[in-house]
Design a binder for this molecule. Structure first.
Ligand SMILES: Cc1cc2nc3c(=O)[nH]c(=O)nc-3n(C[C@H](O)[C@H](O)[C@H](O)COP(=O)(O)OP(=O)(O)OC[C@H]3O[C@@H](n4cnc5c(N)ncnc54)[C@H](O)[C@@H]3O)c2cc1C
Length: 461
């Protein structure tokens, strides 16, 4: 079997790349290891209900008229009409450093600017200077790592404001401990603070079904339960892939969305880069009765919190670090259709090795998960008010869950700390897209797939 383009991975970057290519040439094949597409952003069923795995909010909200905005560019590239998506903007989100300070923001940046001016008057001029840099800087230049923390601190001269700005951007897109690459910081600042957050009225399944429908309407093919076990190469050329069942498929171009180190493993070549610590997360979904009022934060969409004296974003020594995290209320988007239950999602940094040591003892792994879920309640209730007695169901996933369902090394959602911005890993016809190319989140990973196809593959065919 020979196909012009084979894509490894049916996550959002793989699906977007496939759809972009299929618009011009229908002979494209997506190979997905699992029975369902979506990767990190997929869904599963429990209690006869659909649960989303990785959707707090979609970043990069843009009104229809802003033609150059990433969301609108993406829709144009994929020929998806905005009316096919049912977009609901966030209410208000908050960065809350407990017993210290809070900054509220929404999709109207003037609210955030006013919050900074009111609460950090001495830092506001520096904040405006930083904004100018954010608006003028080209974050896609292939530059070596520049410390965002250092640049922000130089502008603001205020440790607390620096930490408060970094907290949500790190939780939503940093694969590096306690810092971010400047380009990545600027992409995330624009995506979260300047553009804002939204979600579909339905579930992530609706978005995935829409992408699949467009892709298949263009003639594209997808195979699930089709794990690639080896990339067949000779020198710096790729000939094709071998599947776990022994089947071989040859191709002209191969696009891998599974991560850089993971791709080198399929090439049976040592990974040439340095192996740096990878960040894992634990998330608990509390399903609560629909009529529950969260007395301290009834309307908030997402709260990024820190309860420690000093904010840190690094792999903890223990299973989970409750000192900081994200609390998401997915029902708190504007004009969402009513649902039978509300949700509170708590997300915390986790230590992969400690979870991995429980791997072979299922009952101790499960009871540890239960304990961690219960231990996340006190901080969630401190921030939201009491809701524990209204919980009807809960589920927790760990870095092992992520590793199992997406094959991401150490279950690291944001992948390898070293990003390959041009997608070129040293082969003539193999490119990398998705998480390890450096574009994170739903819109970021889709743009990554589209831009690698545009840059490297379409011009050659
Ligand atoms: C808990 C959580 C919360 C998140 N919250 C948000 C959010 O609120 N907003 C947001 O924008 N983003 C969020 N994200 C991040 C977002 O989901 C990811 O950045 C994005 O989905 C990454 O897409 P990707 O295609 O690059 O990678 P992946 O989704 O990892 O896709 C890779 C695919 O490759 C498949 N694969 C791996 N190995 C093989 C193989 N050998 N053969 C065949 N297939 C293989 C995997 O099964 C997977 O489907 C969240 C993620 C998680 C896990």
């Amino acid at each position: 079997m020979h196909i012009p383009l084979v894509i490894i991975g049916g996550g959002l970057s793989g699906l977007a790349a496939a759809l972009r290519f299929a618009r011009f040439i229908p002979d494209v094949l997506v190979l997905e290891k699992h029975s369902r597409v979506g990767g990190l952003n997929s869904y599963y069923y429990r209690n006869n209900r659909l649960f989303e795995t990785g959707l707090h909010a979609i970043t990069n909200y843009a009104p229809p008229k802003v033609k150059s905005a990433p969301l609108n560019r993406l829709l144009r590239q994929l020929k998806i009409k905005r009316s096919e998506l049912d977009l609901h903007q966030q209410n208000q989100s908050e960065i809350r450093f407990l017993d210290c300070e809070s900054l509220v923001f929404s999709n109207d940046f003037s609210l955030f600017d006013a919050e900074v001016a009111a609460k950090f008057p001495a830092g506001h001029d520096g904040f405006l200077k930083l904004l100018r840099l954010i608006n003028e800087y080209d974050p896609f230049q292939p530059l070596p790592f520049i410390s965002a923390r250092k640049i922000i601190q130089e502008h603001l001269q205020d440790q607390l404001l620096t930490d408060m700005l970094l907290c949500p951007l790190m939780f939503y897109g940093s694969s590096i401990e306690d810092d971010m690459d400047l380009g990545q910081f600027i992409i995330m600042f624009r995506a979260i603070f300047l553009e804002g957050m939204f979600r579909p009225g339905g579930t992530i399944k609706d978005l995935l079904d829409l992408l699949l429908k467009h892709y298949q309407d263009h003639g594209g093919t997808i195979r699930t339960k089709a794990a690639v076990s080896r990339i067949i190469s000779k020198g710096s050329s790729i000939h094709g892939v071998e599947l776990a069942n022994g089947e071989e498929i040859s191709c002209d171009y191969l696009l891998s969305t599974i991560g850089s180190e993971e791709t080198f493993a399929l090439l049976e070549k040592p990974y040439p880069g340095e192996s740096l610590p990878r960040l894992g997360f634990v998330e608990t979904i509390f399903e609560i009765q629909a009529e529950t009022i969260l007395p301290k934060a009834a309307d908030r969409t997402i709260i990024f919190y820190n309860a420690a004296e000093k904010f840190t974003y690094r792999q903890p020594d223990q299973l989970v670090d409750f000192n900081s995290g994200v609390i998401c209320m997915p029902q708190n988007f504007q004009d969402l259709p009513p649902r039978p239950f509300k949700e509170v999602r708590t997300t915390h940094l986790a230590n992969y090795d400690q979870w991995n040591s429980l791997k072979n003892d299922k009952s101790s792994y499960n009871s540890t998960k239960d304990n961690i879920a219960l231990n996340s309640l006190p901080i969630a209730e401190k921030i939201l008010g009491n809701f524990a007695e209204n919980i009807v169901y809960r589920d927790t996933f760990t870095p092992l869950t992520i590793e199992r369902f997406t094959a991401k090394k150490k279950g690291a959602i944001y992948g390898n700390p070293v990003k390959i911005k041009d997608g070129d890993i040293g082969y003539n016809n193999l490119y990398l897209a998705g998480t390890d190319q450096g574009f994170l989140g739903i819109i970021g990973s889709m743009l990554s797939g589209v831009s690698i196809v545009n840059q490297h593959i379409l011009p050659c065919l």
